[in-house]
Structure formats: C-alpha cells, structure tokens
Design a protein around this ligand. Structure first.
Ligand code: ME8
Length: 642
C-alpha cells in the first residue's frame, strides 16, 4: 500500500449470499478493517467498503432450494453478514448490496461505456460453466473432461447467445501494468502466477447470460431484454458504483483503490478481468490487489458441504473478538494458508497476549505502585535508556512498510520485538535492586522506559486490537487518535509526568478449550471414532491415511511457479503417479531424481496450478528449511509405511 497520497480506499470482496459467513470471510474483513483503522490513525482520509454479492445463478438456485424468492433470500443472508460485521465492530464506511438501485444503475452505465467503445460484441457462447465458481471453462481446462479445475464440482454445458468483452485486447496492457507496477499484485509469488496465466493468452469473456433471470438487465440503449449481466462483471463494478460511479459522485475522489484484499481463489477475476474493465472505462487501476491464503481445517478448505466450517461468532464469543483478530493476523503470513485449531489460538493468547503483553502492563503498574505511588516521570529515560529507546524507535520506524506490503504478521512480530526489549530491560536492570540501593532515579527511569514503550505499543496495536489498546492507553492517560499517533510515534515524544490508572488483568490465562463445537462435524456412524481430545486420534484413524514409498522417476519445474515442482513417482502401480509439490525452493529436480520419498497415496486428486496432482509427499518444515521424509535405506516401490 502506498502512503504518499492523503486518501485511502480499502475494499473487501463482496460476499456471496448463498451461505452464512465463516472465519474465512471474517479473516478478509478483519485484514481490511485493520488497514482502514491504520490509515485513519496515520491521518489519511479513509473509505472502507464491504458488502454482498447477490445476483447470479448460484444465488437463484440456493434461494429456490429453500423455497424463497432470490431477493427474499438475499435480504436474509445479506443482513446476516451486515449484523456480524456490526457485532464485530468492523469500521466500514459503506455496506454495498448488488441489488441496490444505485449499483445497478452504475453497472448499466459501465456496460454502456464499454459497448460504445466497441469493447463489447454479441456472439454465441459454447462451453462449460461452474455454477459454484460462477466461471466459464473450456473443455481442456476441466479435470477429467467434467469437473471444475477450481472447486472440483461438476460443470454444466452452456450454449447460448452472449455479449462478449474484448479481454484479449487488453493482454499487452495488462502485462505492461504487472511489469511497471511492482506491487500491483501481492504477494509476488501470486503475481507471477497471474502473469503466466495472461501470457498463455486471454480469450474474450462472456459477460451476459440468457438462461436465467436473476441479474442486472442490460442498459435500455442496447434493448436486449433477455440478457442479464454475468455476475462477475456486475460484482467487480461494485468497487466504483459504491463511490457513486453512476452519477459521477463526489466519493469518486477515492478512486483508485489503495488496496483491494481478496482470497487467492478470486485473484484471477481481480488481477485480470477487473483491471481490463477499468482500462476499458478509462479509469485508473487500483494500487494494490492483495490475495491472502485460505483458512483450512485439517488441510481442507472450509465449506458447508464438508461440514468443516468454523463460525467466527462462536470463536469470538469463546475467546474474545480482539484475541481472535490478533490470532488471525499473527498466525499466518499473508498469502499463505493457515489451519485453524483452538490449540494454536489458545497458545497465542496465553503466550503472546497474556505472558508478553498483559504481564508487562501488570508489571509497570506493580512497580510504579510499589515504588512511586503510581507516578511515572520520563525525565531520566534518555539519560539511562537511550540505547533501548532508540532500538525500539528504529523497529517501529520500519513497521509502516510491513503494513503497506500487507505483512501484518511481520508488523505484529515487530511490535512483539519491542515488548521483548521491554521485558528484557526489567530483567537486566532489576529495578527492585536499584530501590534497595537507593538509586530511585534509575528505578524510575526504567519504569518510565517501560511505560513509554507500552504507550507506543498501545497506539500501534490499535488497528488490530482497538478496545484493548484503548484500555492500555488509559493507564497512561491518553486517547488513541491521529494526534497521539503523531506525538508518540512520529515525533517520538515521551509521556508527561502522569499517575498511572489501574487496570484489571487484560488477558486471563486460558486453561482449556472453550468452544463447544471445535472439530469438523463427524458423521454419526463414525461417532465412536470421534476425536476425543484435541489432536488425539485412534489407530484406525491413523491408518485411514495410506502412506507409501516410491521413487521419483521424473522431476520438472512448472513454468511461472516459484514454488512448485511436478514429479512422476513410481509406486509400483500401473502407471507413475503425478504429484505437484511446493518444494522448488528447497530441492532441485536433478537432486530428486531416483531418490525415494514418502507419499500419501489415497489423497483425493486435486488440480494445482492447472496440473493434476495425485498424492502428497511428506516433508518436515523446520524454521526456513524443508526436509523430505525418506526411508533410511532403499525399499521396494509401493511399500506401505506403518
Ligand atoms: O468469491 N479462507 O464470494 P465468496 C480464507 N462474491 N478466506 C476465505 C475462505 C477461506 N476458507 N473462504 C472464503 C466471492 N474466503 C465473490 C466475490 S468480489 C467482486 C466477488 C474469503 O463469498 C475470500 O476472501 O465466495 C474470498 O475471496 C471471499 O471470502 C469471498 O468469498
């Protein structure tokens, strides 16, 4: 995210109303809320948009199944999303619905502009359609000629008259954009995937449908009432219709967006179609399209049909909303997938929040209370602790870059480095000894150092944990806003003499798992095999995974991927297994050839980077390295592990 301009426009994807929100949706929204709060804190005029995506075949079908009209159903689920974000104190400025009249008017205007420009033409569409992804595919993109390469569901054949958008026309301009604007798509690995997709050649995009009705009609000027707009054209345009595109509204001053956060599943739509539409409309392109990874359960993407979704409300009720926010942003580097477990959440609360942060607040209160009747005076901090203070200021100075590159986990790690310097300083300078030796001035300087570091942390933690940070700031007698940001962070001013305000412990330790439905739902017939304690499985459950040893007989790089290799593995079956594995940064194809590896052989085949993958290899991740699991000495291919 660039911070040179005075404005920030932050958007979430608009969520489909075919299902209620889960922690994946909450994650996207919490990331955006954090960036929006940060932007306001540092003084940018900020507009934060979220909303719901309500048209299309998928919603029409979901409503029908429940015996409701599409609008009735959309009202219900859209309300559910909005209520949840309100309950979660999400600081959005507008909640857009694609059924809003102003949105529909804006979409029609955009269609008209593109049409008049000659970027839209009428033809016949013949191909495959995945209703779940609302995506078109050609025959050779499908898995086994039938299944969607993105979600694995069955596709249907579509043959109908359609208007097409000249996507192919924008291929070169898109490639130029990716080349010239280094951070236009984040993270960089994902950007490379987008570039290689575009380089394979773009086909014109069907942007209207005639086989159902639940969508925005074409503009009257075109006079073709049997067509409704393709839901992705309708949906993507929300980012400008929300600003009043239909009537050249004043809010259009916020365009182009500063950062548009999306899940990796919908990056293609945002990093290819969306900028091409904008080029056609002669509008500037967003500064950053940033794609995050998925939250999974036991390695599988969450979905209602798999019964493995986690309800964000349940997590927040059990563990506290702000603890949950902290966990999501700290646990997973932006762009990577993260597996949700209560244990990981509890560990973060007990160790980072309770031990590192909460205890430090208690200690500063305890020390200042015991030695100085809660008074803190900063006048000697620089005399005794210049080194610690400067070190922390330097760390803090580098943090802005992390936010602007969407590395919220690094941002939090930076804050925790400051906490660790504060905690270590107490151990090193032992203020209790100073008091015994009647060196009160030195003891006060140490207590004041800690108070000042905590004051800075409270300001910078505010975008992630607003209420908690405000409570910490009250201890030191200030409110968190742009004025105090400037004072304590930009200008590095020290606290005036203050009397600390007491605060009950912020993060009581959590002794047991608190959610009542923590695990993916288990089918009733398998009830006796249910996981009884967090992480404990039965031997039968273990042996459901078939681990086999095989020899790598071919290994190649995949063009356009920084991470993946494609392997052919001999498992002593009719033909070698093809496995796509994310090990390129650690193993070269040459070094893998003719070596044995351990493979999960009964994994459902998946499509990775458009290649079929028929298993998974086992490896150990340790810090920044990855080591393959192999037999100690050669064994026959196909041998079972266990
Ligand atoms: O795709 N982990 O809507 P959507 C992390 N309407 N994030 C997840 C997730 C998971 N398991 N599941 C969903 C659509 N998300 C379109 C968008 S925008 C013009 C139109 C997040 O409800 C992720 O950000 O299926 C995903 O992109 C978003 O929810 C929307 O999902």
């Amino acid at each position: 995210m660039e911070n040179k301009c005075k404005r920030a426009y932050i958007t979430t994807p608009i969520y489909y109303v075919n299902d209620i929100p889960h922690i994946g949706h909450a994650y996207t929204t919490i990331i955006c809320d954090t960036i929006a709060r940060y932007s306001r804190l540092i003084g940018l005029e900020t507009y934060f948009l979220t909303g719901t995506d309500e048209h299309g075949q998928k919603i029409e079908e979901a409503a029908k199944k429940r015996g409701k009209s599409a609008k009735q159903y959309a009202d219900e689920i859209s309300g559910y999303f909005k209520n949840l974000w309100d309950e979660f104190d999400i600081s959005y400025d507008k909640f857009i619905r694609t059924t809003d009249e102003s949105h529909k008017k804006g979409v029609q205007k955009a269609f008209d502009v593109m049409y008049k420009k000659g970027d839209i033409y009428k033809d016949m569409y013949e191909g495959h359609y995945c209703v779940s992804c609302e995506s078109f595919f050609t025959q050779n993109q499908l898995i086994e000629n039938e299944f969607c390469p993105d979600c694995g569901k069955t596709t249907s054949i579509v043959k109908e008259e359609s208007y097409f958008f000249k996507l192919s026309k924008y291929e070169d301009r898109l490639l130029k954009w990716y080349e010239e604007k280094e951070n236009c798509v984040l993270p960089k690995g994902k950007k490379n995937e987008v570039i290689s997709f575009v380089k394979q050649g773009l086909r014109d995009l069907s942007v209207t449908r005639t086989s159902f009705d639940w969508g925005v009609k074409l503009p009257k000027s075109i006079n073709d009432p049997k067509h409704v707009m393709y839901v992705w054209l309708d949906a993507l345009l929300n980012y400008i219709t929300a600003l009043g595109y239909a009537d050249d509204g004043e809010l259009m001053k916020f365009w182009p967006a500063t950062v548009q956060v999306v899940g990796k599943d919908i990056l293609r739509f945002h990093a290819i179609y969306w900028p091409a539409f904008l080029m056609s409309l002669d509008l500037p392109l967003p500064k950053h399209i940033a794609a995050h990874g998925w939250w999974t359960r036991n390695g599988e993407k969450m979905s209602k049909s798999k019964g493995n979704v986690v309800d964000p409300r349940e997590v927040a009720n059990a563990y506290g909303l702000e603890n949950f926010r902290y966990f999501m942003l700290r646990e997973v580097p932006f762009g990577q997938d993260g597996d949700f477990s209560q244990k990981a959440l509890v560990d973060r609360i007990n160790s980072d929040l309770s031990n590192d942060l909460g205890n430090l607040v208690n200690r500063v209160l305890g020390m200042s209370g015991k030695y100085f009747k809660f008074t803190v005076n900063s006048k000697d901090v620089l005399k005794y602790h210049k080194k610690e203070l400067k070190e922390c200021e330097e760390i803090i100075d580098s943090l802005q870059e992390n936010i602007f590159e969407m590395q919220l986990n690094r941002y939090l790690e930076g804050l925790w480095k400051v906490l660790s310097i504060a905690n270590q300083s107490i151990a090193i300078y032992e203020p209790w000894k100073k008091m015994k030796e009647e060196k009160d001035e030195e003891a006060m300087a140490l207590v004041a150092l800690i108070a000042n570091l905590l004051a800075k942390i409270s300001v910078l933690l505010y975008p992630v944990m607003p209420k908690t940070s405000l409570k910490i700031a009250t201890v030191f007698g200030f409110d968190i806003d742009n004025t105090t940001y400037k004072k304590y962070i930009e200008n590095n001013e020290l606290l005036d003499e203050i009397i600390l305000e007491k605060l009950p412990p912020l993060f009581p330790k959590i002794e047991k798992m608190l959610m009542t439905s923590p695990e993916p739902k288990v089918e009733p017939k398998k009830e006796k095999e249910k996981i009884e304690n967090d992480g404990i499985i039965t031997i039968e459950q273990f042996f459901q995974t078939k681990l086999k040893i095989g020899t790598v007989i071919e290994a190649k790089e995949i063009e356009g991927s920084d991470k993946l290799l494609i392997l052919q593995v001999d498992l002593n079956e009719e033909k070698p297994r093809q496995i796509v594995a994310g090990i390129k940064q650690f193993y070269s194809p040459k070094n893998l050839l003719n070596t044995q590896i351990c493979v999960v052989s009964n994994l459902k085949p998946a499509r990775i980077f458009s290649k079929k993958s028929e298993g998974m290899l086992l490896a150990v991740k340790d810090k920044d390295t990855l080591t393959l699991i192999r037999p100690e000495k050669d064994v026959s291919n196909g041998s079972c592990v266990g």
